[in-house]
Write a protein that binds this ligand. Sequence first.
Ligand code: TAP
Length: 454
Amino acid sequence: MSEFTVVNPASEEIVAAVARTTAGETDAAIERAVIAQAAWRAVAPADRAGLLRAFAGAVDAHIEELAGLEVAGAGHPVGQARWEAGQVRDVLTYYSAAPERACGRQIPVAGGLDVTFAEPIGVVGLIVPWNFPMPILSWGMAPALAAGNTVIAKPAEMTPLTAIRIGELALEAGIPDGVFQVLPGKGSVVGQRLVDHPAVGKIVFTGSTEVGREIMAGCARRVKRVTLELGGKSANIVFADADLERAAATAPQAAFDNAGQDCCSRSRILVQRSVLEKFMELLEPAVKAVTVGDPASAATQMGPLISAAHRDRVASYVPDGAPVAFRGTAPDGPGHWYPPTVLAPVRMDDPAYTEEVFGPVVTVTPFEDEAAAVALANDTPYGLSGSIWTRDVGRAIRVARAVETGNLSVNSHSSVRYSTPFGGFKQSGLGRELGPDALDAFTEVKNVFIATEG
Ligand code: TAP
Protein backbone atom coordinates (compact mmCIF):
# COMPACT_ATOMS: atom_id res chain seq x y z
CA MET A 1 0.00 0.00 0.00
CA SER A 2 1.35 3.41 -0.91
CA GLU A 3 1.82 5.89 1.91
CA PHE A 4 2.84 9.51 2.24
CA THR A 5 4.40 11.24 5.20
CA VAL A 6 3.15 14.36 6.90
CA VAL A 7 6.11 16.57 7.82
CA ASN A 8 6.19 19.29 10.49
CA PRO A 9 7.12 22.42 8.47
CA ALA A 10 8.70 24.06 11.52
CA SER A 11 11.03 21.19 12.47
CA GLU A 12 11.09 19.03 9.32
CA GLU A 13 10.35 16.01 11.53
CA ILE A 14 7.97 13.33 10.32
CA VAL A 15 4.63 13.61 12.13
CA ALA A 16 2.67 10.72 10.61
CA ALA A 17 2.40 8.33 7.71
CA VAL A 18 -0.95 8.22 5.94
CA ALA A 19 -2.15 5.64 3.41
CA ARG A 20 -3.01 7.02 -0.02
CA THR A 21 -6.56 6.23 -1.14
CA THR A 22 -6.60 4.51 -4.54
CA ALA A 23 -9.01 5.17 -7.41
CA GLY A 24 -10.74 1.83 -6.66
CA GLU A 25 -11.17 2.75 -2.98
CA THR A 26 -12.56 6.12 -4.07
CA ASP A 27 -15.16 4.38 -6.22
CA ALA A 28 -16.13 2.15 -3.27
CA ALA A 29 -16.50 5.23 -1.04
CA ILE A 30 -18.71 6.89 -3.64
CA GLU A 31 -20.93 3.78 -3.72
CA ARG A 32 -21.22 3.89 0.10
CA ALA A 33 -22.08 7.60 -0.10
CA VAL A 34 -24.84 6.97 -2.63
CA ILE A 35 -26.45 4.32 -0.40
CA ALA A 36 -26.06 6.43 2.74
CA GLN A 37 -27.62 9.45 1.03
CA ALA A 38 -30.96 7.77 0.53
CA ALA A 39 -31.25 7.30 4.30
CA TRP A 40 -29.66 10.65 5.27
CA ARG A 41 -32.06 12.75 3.23
CA ALA A 42 -34.93 10.90 4.91
CA VAL A 43 -33.75 11.74 8.45
CA ALA A 44 -36.35 14.10 9.92
CA PRO A 45 -35.22 17.74 9.83
CA ALA A 46 -35.08 18.08 13.62
CA ASP A 47 -33.06 14.86 13.92
CA ARG A 48 -30.61 15.93 11.21
CA ALA A 49 -30.24 19.25 13.04
CA GLY A 50 -29.61 17.40 16.30
CA LEU A 51 -26.92 15.23 14.72
CA LEU A 52 -25.14 18.29 13.32
CA ARG A 53 -25.24 19.90 16.77
CA ALA A 54 -23.81 16.71 18.28
CA PHE A 55 -21.05 16.81 15.63
CA ALA A 56 -20.33 20.46 16.56
CA GLY A 57 -20.20 19.40 20.21
CA ALA A 58 -17.71 16.62 19.46
CA VAL A 59 -15.47 19.11 17.62
CA ASP A 60 -15.76 21.54 20.54
CA ALA A 61 -14.63 18.84 22.96
CA HIS A 62 -11.50 18.27 20.82
CA ILE A 63 -10.42 21.83 19.99
CA GLU A 64 -7.02 21.40 21.65
CA GLU A 65 -6.35 18.09 19.94
CA LEU A 66 -7.34 19.42 16.50
CA ALA A 67 -5.29 22.60 17.02
CA GLY A 68 -2.30 20.47 18.03
CA LEU A 69 -2.59 18.45 14.83
CA GLU A 70 -2.60 21.65 12.74
CA VAL A 71 0.39 23.05 14.63
CA ALA A 72 2.37 19.88 14.00
CA GLY A 73 1.15 19.04 10.50
CA ALA A 74 0.74 22.49 8.91
CA GLY A 75 2.88 24.81 11.06
CA HIS A 76 -0.02 27.05 12.03
CA PRO A 77 0.53 29.21 15.13
CA VAL A 78 -1.41 27.61 17.98
CA GLY A 79 -3.70 30.61 18.60
CA GLN A 80 -4.70 30.60 14.95
CA ALA A 81 -5.14 26.81 14.95
CA ARG A 82 -7.50 26.99 17.94
CA TRP A 83 -9.56 29.62 16.11
CA GLU A 84 -9.67 27.36 13.03
CA ALA A 85 -10.93 24.37 15.03
CA GLY A 86 -13.49 26.66 16.67
CA GLN A 87 -14.62 27.73 13.23
CA VAL A 88 -15.46 24.10 12.35
CA ARG A 89 -17.66 23.94 15.44
CA ASP A 90 -19.28 27.30 14.67
CA VAL A 91 -19.98 26.52 11.01
CA LEU A 92 -21.59 23.20 12.01
CA THR A 93 -23.67 24.96 14.66
CA TYR A 94 -24.74 27.71 12.24
CA TYR A 95 -25.91 25.22 9.58
CA SER A 96 -27.49 22.88 12.13
CA ALA A 97 -30.35 25.41 12.14
CA ALA A 98 -30.84 24.97 8.39
CA PRO A 99 -32.69 21.64 8.05
CA GLU A 100 -35.66 22.97 9.99
CA ARG A 101 -35.66 26.25 8.06
CA ALA A 102 -35.32 24.87 4.51
CA CYS A 103 -38.65 26.37 3.52
CA GLY A 104 -39.78 26.21 -0.06
CA ARG A 105 -42.17 28.71 -1.61
CA GLN A 106 -45.82 28.71 -2.49
CA ILE A 107 -46.38 30.59 -5.73
CA PRO A 108 -49.82 31.88 -6.74
CA VAL A 109 -50.99 30.24 -9.99
CA ALA A 110 -54.33 29.51 -11.63
CA GLY A 111 -55.98 26.11 -11.19
CA GLY A 112 -54.01 24.71 -8.34
CA LEU A 113 -51.25 24.96 -5.78
CA ASP A 114 -47.65 25.56 -6.80
CA VAL A 115 -44.88 24.80 -4.33
CA THR A 116 -41.10 24.52 -4.48
CA PHE A 117 -38.80 22.11 -2.66
CA ALA A 118 -35.05 22.42 -2.14
CA GLU A 119 -33.88 18.87 -2.90
CA PRO A 120 -30.38 17.66 -2.00
CA ILE A 121 -28.06 17.14 -4.96
CA GLY A 122 -26.84 13.72 -3.78
CA VAL A 123 -23.13 13.07 -3.22
CA VAL A 124 -20.88 16.12 -2.88
CA GLY A 125 -17.11 15.92 -3.47
CA LEU A 126 -15.07 18.42 -1.46
CA ILE A 127 -11.49 19.09 -2.59
CA VAL A 128 -9.58 21.03 0.05
CA PRO A 129 -6.19 22.83 -0.14
CA TRP A 130 -3.38 22.77 2.42
CA ASN A 131 -3.49 26.38 3.57
CA PHE A 132 -6.61 26.28 5.79
CA PRO A 133 -7.43 22.58 6.11
CA MET A 134 -10.08 22.91 8.83
CA PRO A 135 -12.10 26.04 7.97
CA ILE A 136 -12.30 25.27 4.24
CA LEU A 137 -13.39 21.70 4.97
CA SER A 138 -16.19 22.98 7.20
CA TRP A 139 -17.47 25.61 4.73
CA GLY A 140 -18.46 22.88 2.28
CA MET A 141 -19.16 20.00 4.66
CA ALA A 142 -21.65 21.68 7.03
CA PRO A 143 -24.15 23.20 4.55
CA ALA A 144 -23.90 20.17 2.24
CA LEU A 145 -24.78 17.80 5.10
CA ALA A 146 -27.50 20.13 6.40
CA ALA A 147 -29.13 20.08 2.96
CA GLY A 148 -29.32 16.27 3.01
CA ASN A 149 -26.31 15.41 0.85
CA THR A 150 -23.58 12.98 1.72
CA VAL A 151 -20.03 14.31 1.51
CA ILE A 152 -16.68 12.89 0.47
CA ALA A 153 -13.78 15.16 1.42
CA LYS A 154 -10.32 14.95 -0.10
CA PRO A 155 -7.87 16.92 2.03
CA ALA A 156 -4.60 18.14 0.51
CA GLU A 157 -1.97 15.44 0.56
CA MET A 158 0.33 17.53 2.76
CA THR A 159 -2.27 18.31 5.44
CA PRO A 160 -4.76 15.45 5.94
CA LEU A 161 -4.57 14.99 9.73
CA THR A 162 -7.31 17.31 10.97
CA ALA A 163 -9.77 16.21 8.26
CA ILE A 164 -9.18 12.55 9.17
CA ARG A 165 -9.82 13.31 12.86
CA ILE A 166 -12.94 15.37 12.07
CA GLY A 167 -14.22 12.38 10.07
CA GLU A 168 -13.78 10.18 13.17
CA LEU A 169 -15.53 12.76 15.36
CA ALA A 170 -18.51 12.77 12.97
CA LEU A 171 -18.94 9.03 13.51
CA GLU A 172 -18.49 9.38 17.27
CA ALA A 173 -21.21 12.05 17.27
CA GLY A 174 -23.66 9.70 15.58
CA ILE A 175 -23.48 10.90 11.97
CA PRO A 176 -24.33 7.64 10.15
CA ASP A 177 -21.67 5.61 8.38
CA GLY A 178 -21.07 6.76 4.79
CA VAL A 179 -22.60 10.23 5.29
CA PHE A 180 -19.26 12.01 5.73
CA GLN A 181 -16.12 10.27 4.49
CA VAL A 182 -12.54 11.56 4.33
CA LEU A 183 -10.24 10.15 1.65
CA PRO A 184 -6.62 11.28 2.00
CA GLY A 185 -4.62 10.95 -1.19
CA LYS A 186 -3.52 12.61 -4.37
CA GLY A 187 -5.54 15.22 -6.19
CA SER A 188 -4.72 13.60 -9.50
CA VAL A 189 -6.20 10.29 -8.24
CA VAL A 190 -8.89 10.84 -5.59
CA GLY A 191 -9.80 14.41 -6.62
CA GLN A 192 -9.89 13.49 -10.28
CA ARG A 193 -12.12 10.46 -9.57
CA LEU A 194 -14.60 12.64 -7.67
CA VAL A 195 -14.73 14.98 -10.66
CA ASP A 196 -15.13 12.15 -13.19
CA HIS A 197 -17.48 9.79 -11.34
CA PRO A 198 -21.08 10.08 -12.57
CA ALA A 199 -22.56 9.45 -9.10
CA VAL A 200 -20.93 12.58 -7.62
CA GLY A 201 -23.39 15.40 -8.26
CA LYS A 202 -21.36 18.40 -7.17
CA ILE A 203 -17.75 19.41 -6.64
CA VAL A 204 -16.62 22.11 -4.25
CA PHE A 205 -13.03 22.95 -5.01
CA THR A 206 -10.73 25.36 -3.22
CA GLY A 207 -7.23 25.76 -4.57
CA SER A 208 -5.24 27.30 -7.36
CA THR A 209 -6.89 28.95 -10.35
CA GLU A 210 -4.84 26.64 -12.59
CA VAL A 211 -6.26 23.40 -11.12
CA GLY A 212 -9.69 25.04 -10.72
CA ARG A 213 -9.92 25.56 -14.49
CA GLU A 214 -9.27 21.83 -15.02
CA ILE A 215 -11.87 20.89 -12.41
CA MET A 216 -14.42 23.14 -14.10
CA ALA A 217 -13.66 21.58 -17.49
CA GLY A 218 -14.03 18.10 -15.97
CA CYS A 219 -17.36 19.03 -14.38
CA ALA A 220 -18.56 20.54 -17.68
CA ARG A 221 -18.33 17.12 -19.33
CA ARG A 222 -21.17 15.91 -17.08
CA VAL A 223 -22.78 19.29 -16.43
CA LYS A 224 -21.79 18.62 -12.83
CA ARG A 225 -22.49 21.40 -10.33
CA VAL A 226 -19.34 23.18 -9.19
CA THR A 227 -18.27 25.83 -6.71
CA LEU A 228 -14.74 27.20 -7.10
CA GLU A 229 -12.75 29.20 -4.55
CA LEU A 230 -9.46 30.11 -6.23
CA GLY A 231 -6.54 32.50 -5.98
CA GLY A 232 -6.31 36.18 -5.12
CA LYS A 233 -4.12 39.28 -5.41
CA SER A 234 -6.03 41.65 -3.23
CA ALA A 235 -5.45 45.36 -2.66
CA ASN A 236 -5.26 47.19 0.64
CA ILE A 237 -6.08 50.78 -0.40
CA VAL A 238 -4.94 53.49 2.00
CA PHE A 239 -6.22 57.02 1.34
CA ALA A 240 -4.49 60.12 2.72
CA ASP A 241 -7.40 60.88 5.08
CA ALA A 242 -7.24 57.44 6.75
CA ASP A 243 -6.19 56.63 10.30
CA LEU A 244 -2.67 55.96 9.06
CA GLU A 245 -1.45 54.57 12.38
CA ARG A 246 -4.12 51.86 12.37
CA ALA A 247 -3.78 51.20 8.66
CA ALA A 248 -0.03 50.67 9.02
CA ALA A 249 -0.28 48.70 12.25
CA THR A 250 -2.74 46.21 10.74
CA ALA A 251 -1.29 45.93 7.23
CA PRO A 252 1.27 43.24 8.23
CA GLN A 253 -1.43 40.97 9.67
CA ALA A 254 -3.52 41.45 6.51
CA ALA A 255 -0.62 40.37 4.32
CA PHE A 256 1.28 37.90 6.50
CA ASP A 257 -1.53 36.01 8.24
CA ASN A 258 -0.85 32.26 7.84
CA ALA A 259 2.60 33.30 6.50
CA GLY A 260 0.83 34.89 3.52
CA GLN A 261 -0.54 31.49 2.47
CA ASP A 262 -3.98 33.01 2.40
CA CYS A 263 -6.14 33.53 -0.67
CA CYS A 264 -7.42 36.74 0.98
CA SER A 265 -3.96 38.13 1.67
CA ARG A 266 -3.86 41.87 0.98
CA SER A 267 -0.59 41.44 -0.88
CA ARG A 268 -0.72 44.75 -2.75
CA ILE A 269 -0.74 47.83 -0.54
CA LEU A 270 -1.81 50.90 -2.52
CA VAL A 271 -1.08 54.20 -0.74
CA GLN A 272 -2.06 57.73 -1.73
CA ARG A 273 1.21 59.39 -2.75
CA SER A 274 0.86 62.38 -0.41
CA VAL A 275 1.15 60.08 2.64
CA LEU A 276 3.46 57.39 1.20
CA GLU A 277 6.53 58.47 3.15
CA LYS A 278 4.66 58.73 6.43
CA PHE A 279 2.95 55.35 5.84
CA MET A 280 6.28 53.60 5.14
CA GLU A 281 7.74 55.08 8.35
CA LEU A 282 4.82 53.60 10.29
CA LEU A 283 4.82 50.27 8.42
CA GLU A 284 8.48 49.43 9.01
CA PRO A 285 8.30 48.93 12.81
CA ALA A 286 5.02 47.02 12.43
CA VAL A 287 6.62 44.57 10.00
CA LYS A 288 9.72 44.18 12.14
CA ALA A 289 7.54 43.47 15.19
CA VAL A 290 5.84 40.42 13.64
CA THR A 291 6.77 37.47 15.87
CA VAL A 292 7.94 34.68 13.57
CA GLY A 293 8.86 31.37 15.16
CA ASP A 294 7.77 28.20 16.92
CA PRO A 295 4.10 27.63 16.01
CA ALA A 296 3.52 25.87 19.34
CA SER A 297 4.27 29.09 21.25
CA ALA A 298 1.23 31.23 22.10
CA ALA A 299 3.24 34.40 21.32
CA THR A 300 3.93 33.40 17.72
CA GLN A 301 2.12 35.38 15.04
CA MET A 302 3.65 33.79 11.95
CA GLY A 303 4.92 30.26 11.39
CA PRO A 304 6.83 28.58 8.57
CA LEU A 305 5.80 27.99 4.97
CA ILE A 306 4.27 24.61 4.22
CA SER A 307 7.23 22.98 2.43
CA ALA A 308 10.75 23.54 1.15
CA ALA A 309 9.48 23.60 -2.44
CA HIS A 310 6.94 26.27 -1.56
CA ARG A 311 9.56 28.34 0.27
CA ASP A 312 11.78 28.21 -2.83
CA ARG A 313 8.85 29.33 -4.97
CA VAL A 314 8.13 32.27 -2.63
CA ALA A 315 11.83 33.21 -2.54
CA SER A 316 11.93 33.27 -6.35
CA TYR A 317 9.71 36.38 -6.23
CA VAL A 318 12.48 38.19 -4.33
CA PRO A 319 15.62 37.60 -6.43
CA ASP A 320 18.97 39.29 -5.81
CA GLY A 321 18.53 42.98 -6.50
CA ALA A 322 14.79 42.94 -5.71
CA PRO A 323 13.56 46.27 -4.29
CA VAL A 324 13.35 45.15 -0.64
CA ALA A 325 12.26 48.20 1.38
CA PHE A 326 12.52 46.32 4.69
CA ARG A 327 11.81 42.93 6.15
CA GLY A 328 11.14 41.20 9.44
CA THR A 329 12.92 38.26 10.96
CA ALA A 330 12.78 34.47 10.62
CA PRO A 331 14.48 31.69 12.62
CA ASP A 332 17.60 29.89 11.38
CA GLY A 333 17.95 26.13 11.40
CA PRO A 334 15.40 23.52 10.38
CA GLY A 335 12.01 24.58 9.08
CA HIS A 336 10.73 26.29 5.95
CA TRP A 337 11.11 29.87 7.14
CA TYR A 338 10.77 33.07 5.17
CA PRO A 339 10.79 36.55 6.73
CA PRO A 340 7.95 39.07 6.24
CA THR A 341 9.16 41.13 3.28
CA VAL A 342 8.05 44.50 1.90
CA LEU A 343 8.91 45.38 -1.70
CA ALA A 344 8.84 49.03 -2.84
CA PRO A 345 8.94 50.57 -5.33
CA VAL A 346 7.94 47.73 -7.68
CA ARG A 347 7.50 47.73 -11.45
CA MET A 348 3.93 47.12 -12.66
CA ASP A 349 5.14 44.02 -14.51
CA ASP A 350 7.13 42.58 -11.57
CA PRO A 351 5.72 39.06 -10.91
CA ALA A 352 5.71 39.92 -7.19
CA TYR A 353 3.16 42.62 -8.06
CA THR A 354 1.13 40.74 -10.69
CA GLU A 355 1.10 37.11 -9.44
CA GLU A 356 -0.20 35.43 -6.29
CA VAL A 357 2.97 34.82 -4.24
CA PHE A 358 1.17 32.88 -1.48
CA GLY A 359 3.88 33.81 0.98
CA PRO A 360 4.85 36.71 3.28
CA VAL A 361 5.75 39.16 0.52
CA VAL A 362 3.84 42.42 0.09
CA THR A 363 4.32 45.28 -2.37
CA VAL A 364 3.65 48.98 -1.75
CA THR A 365 2.57 51.14 -4.70
CA PRO A 366 1.57 54.84 -4.69
CA PHE A 367 -1.51 56.28 -6.38
CA GLU A 368 -2.62 59.85 -7.06
CA ASP A 369 -6.41 59.88 -6.65
CA GLU A 370 -9.53 57.76 -6.13
CA ALA A 371 -9.93 56.84 -9.79
CA ALA A 372 -6.32 55.69 -10.00
CA ALA A 373 -6.68 53.61 -6.82
CA VAL A 374 -9.72 51.79 -8.21
CA ALA A 375 -7.99 51.22 -11.56
CA LEU A 376 -4.92 49.74 -9.86
CA ALA A 377 -7.01 47.55 -7.55
CA ASN A 378 -8.94 46.17 -10.53
CA ASP A 379 -5.90 45.61 -12.74
CA THR A 380 -5.67 41.88 -11.95
CA PRO A 381 -7.42 38.75 -13.16
CA TYR A 382 -8.39 38.05 -9.54
CA GLY A 383 -11.14 39.53 -7.36
CA LEU A 384 -11.41 37.86 -3.98
CA SER A 385 -10.81 40.30 -1.18
CA GLY A 386 -9.55 43.76 -0.26
CA SER A 387 -9.55 46.63 2.20
CA ILE A 388 -10.24 50.36 2.02
CA TRP A 389 -8.89 52.83 4.59
CA THR A 390 -10.51 56.27 4.62
CA ARG A 391 -12.51 58.51 7.00
CA ASP A 392 -14.73 59.69 4.14
CA VAL A 393 -17.88 57.56 4.23
CA GLY A 394 -18.94 58.54 0.73
CA ARG A 395 -15.58 57.55 -0.69
CA ALA A 396 -15.62 54.27 1.23
CA ILE A 397 -18.94 53.37 -0.35
CA ARG A 398 -17.96 54.57 -3.87
CA VAL A 399 -14.72 52.61 -3.83
CA ALA A 400 -16.33 49.52 -2.28
CA ARG A 401 -18.86 49.51 -5.14
CA ALA A 402 -16.18 50.07 -7.79
CA VAL A 403 -13.62 47.45 -6.74
CA GLU A 404 -14.33 44.17 -8.54
CA THR A 405 -13.95 41.80 -5.63
CA GLY A 406 -16.17 39.56 -3.54
CA ASN A 407 -15.19 40.56 0.00
CA LEU A 408 -14.23 44.03 1.11
CA SER A 409 -13.48 45.51 4.50
CA VAL A 410 -13.58 49.21 5.28
CA ASN A 411 -11.15 50.38 7.97
CA SER A 412 -10.52 46.73 8.88
CA HIS A 413 -9.31 43.51 7.29
CA SER A 414 -11.93 40.99 8.23
CA SER A 415 -13.16 38.86 5.36
CA VAL A 416 -14.46 35.48 6.40
CA ARG A 417 -17.42 35.30 8.77
CA TYR A 418 -19.47 32.13 8.63
CA SER A 419 -22.71 34.12 8.65
CA THR A 420 -21.87 36.22 5.58
CA PRO A 421 -21.25 35.15 1.96
CA PHE A 422 -17.71 34.51 0.78
CA GLY A 423 -16.32 34.03 -2.73
CA GLY A 424 -14.64 35.64 -5.67
CA PHE A 425 -15.22 37.79 -8.73
CA LYS A 426 -13.37 37.10 -12.00
CA GLN A 427 -10.78 34.29 -11.83
CA SER A 428 -11.00 34.09 -8.02
CA GLY A 429 -13.89 31.69 -8.29
CA LEU A 430 -17.43 30.78 -9.06
CA GLY A 431 -20.31 30.77 -6.59
CA ARG A 432 -20.40 31.72 -2.92
CA GLU A 433 -19.88 29.80 0.31
CA LEU A 434 -21.12 30.53 3.83
CA GLY A 435 -23.83 32.95 4.90
CA PRO A 436 -27.57 32.50 4.94
CA ASP A 437 -27.83 31.32 1.31
CA ALA A 438 -25.19 28.58 1.27
CA LEU A 439 -27.78 25.80 1.11
CA ASP A 440 -28.80 27.06 -2.35
CA ALA A 441 -25.42 25.80 -3.61
CA PHE A 442 -26.17 22.28 -2.31
CA THR A 443 -29.77 21.89 -3.44
CA GLU A 444 -31.81 21.79 -6.62
CA VAL A 445 -35.08 23.72 -6.76
CA LYS A 446 -38.00 21.47 -7.62
CA ASN A 447 -41.28 23.07 -8.67
CA VAL A 448 -44.47 21.05 -8.10
CA PHE A 449 -47.90 22.03 -9.38
CA ILE A 450 -50.92 20.30 -7.84
CA ALA A 451 -54.18 20.74 -9.73
CA THR A 452 -57.14 21.63 -7.56
CA GLU A 453 -59.71 21.55 -10.32
CA GLY A 454 -61.32 18.46 -11.84
P1 TAP B 1 -3.95 23.18 -5.62
O1 TAP B 1 -2.65 22.67 -6.03
O2 TAP B 1 -4.87 23.69 -6.66
O3 TAP B 1 -4.62 22.00 -4.75
C1 TAP B 1 -5.86 22.14 -4.13
C2 TAP B 1 -6.48 20.77 -3.95
O4 TAP B 1 -6.77 20.21 -5.24
C3 TAP B 1 -5.58 19.74 -3.26
O5 TAP B 1 -6.36 18.90 -2.45
C4 TAP B 1 -5.01 18.98 -4.44
O6 TAP B 1 -4.56 17.68 -4.10
C5 TAP B 1 -6.20 18.92 -5.35
N1 TAP B 1 -5.88 18.64 -6.75
C6 TAP B 1 -4.72 18.87 -7.41
N2 TAP B 1 -4.81 18.45 -8.70
C7 TAP B 1 -6.06 17.94 -8.86
C8 TAP B 1 -6.76 17.37 -9.95
N3 TAP B 1 -6.21 17.21 -11.15
N4 TAP B 1 -8.03 16.95 -9.76
C9 TAP B 1 -8.63 17.11 -8.56
N5 TAP B 1 -8.01 17.64 -7.49
C10 TAP B 1 -6.75 18.07 -7.63
O7 TAP B 1 -3.84 24.41 -4.62
P2 TAP B 1 -2.92 24.55 -3.33
O8 TAP B 1 -1.55 24.86 -3.75
O9 TAP B 1 -3.14 23.39 -2.44
O10 TAP B 1 -3.60 25.80 -2.63
C11 TAP B 1 -3.19 27.08 -2.89
C12 TAP B 1 -4.18 27.84 -3.76
O11 TAP B 1 -5.49 27.78 -3.20
C13 TAP B 1 -3.88 29.31 -3.87
O12 TAP B 1 -3.99 29.76 -5.20
C14 TAP B 1 -4.97 29.97 -3.03
O13 TAP B 1 -5.28 31.28 -3.37
C15 TAP B 1 -6.09 29.05 -3.24
N6 TAP B 1 -7.05 29.19 -2.15
C16 TAP B 1 -8.23 29.80 -2.38
C17 TAP B 1 -9.12 29.96 -1.37
C18 TAP B 1 -10.42 30.64 -1.64
S1 TAP B 1 -11.51 30.48 -0.49
N7 TAP B 1 -10.66 31.29 -2.73
C19 TAP B 1 -8.86 29.50 -0.09
C20 TAP B 1 -7.65 28.88 0.12
C21 TAP B 1 -6.75 28.72 -0.92
P3 TAP B 1 -3.01 17.36 -3.66
O14 TAP B 1 -3.15 16.88 -2.29
O15 TAP B 1 -2.55 16.27 -4.58
O16 TAP B 1 -2.25 18.61 -3.80
